[in-house]
Design a protein around this ligand. Structure first.
Ligand code: GTP
Ligand code: MG
Length: 203
């Protein structure tokens, strides 16, 4: 899929204040600093579209971006940033839970995990929660440029085996790098496929 246009729509502090839109929506979630905003910029080809930072905790609101005038990408605040107060972490967690369970336009949630780390409890818990809630999601490994091809494959396999301890079937997995553009075509094709399915259902 080609991206002809990508524009910022708005930042919303709550699900209620999100755009009143029924356009198909794809959201990015994961720990703070995992690379959600960078991935959105890589996918759209617009470097400064979503704000990124070396410091975790940059994205604090629900950010909508309109793509090709026909669907939304959503940048969510990260979960589990240790330097935030417990209260603040809980507040973000609530916002995320509300967003994934209430936002009707949400078609698929991309759960990002850093490919360099072994499966982390906080991510596994989040993934299991999404599975239990029946929220459609995929797993996206980020920062693949930081390790070699062989190690990438081993990391994905280790994650797959860990998830298979809890689940019989696995969601789609994508390996990406915001630095090299790795995984861009696969992710955009996947979104395109889902957009087409939705358009068919509606016609
Ligand atoms: P919060 O908004 O704070 O939750 O973070 P985020 O998940 O949006 O992360 P962000 O995109 O701001 O990236 C965090 C840091 O990781 C930045 O310094 C990025 O440049 C870096 N980064 C993100 N993706 C990649 C990648 O694929 N490769 C490399 N090498 N660095 C990356
Ligand atoms: Mg961010």
């Amino acid at each position: 899929m080609l991206i002809h246009s990508a524009t910022f729509v708005q930042s919303s502090p709550s699900v209620k204040s999100c755009p009143q839109s029924t356009l198909p929506e794809y959201a990015f979630i994961g720990r703070s600093n995992v690379g959600k905003s960078s991935l959105i910029n890589m996918l759209t080809g617009h470097k400064g579209l979503a704000m990124t930072s070396q410091k975790p905790g940059k994205t604090q609101l629900i950010n909508h971006f309109l793509i090709n005038q026909s669907w939304h990408l959503v940048d969510l605040p990260g979960y589990g940033y240790a330097r935030r107060s417990l209260e603040q972490r809980e507040q973000f967690r609530k916002l995320i839970t509300q967003y994934v369970s209430k936002r009707e336009a949400l078609v698929n949630l991309f759960v990002l995990v850093d490919i360099r780390h072994e499966p982390q409890r906080i991510d596994l818990e989040f993934i299991n929660e999404m599975g239990e809630k029946g929220i459609p999601f995929s797993i996206v490994f980020t920062k693949a440029d930081k390790i070699g091809k062989q190690v990438q494959q081993e990391a994905v396999e280790a994650y797959r085996s860990r998830l298979l301890e809890d689940w019989e079937e696995l969601p789609p997995l994508f390996v990406t790098s915001a630095s090299t553009g790795m995984g861009r075509d696969e992710l955009l094709d996947y979104i395109d496929q889902l957009n087409r399915m939705i358009a068919e259902q509606e016609s």
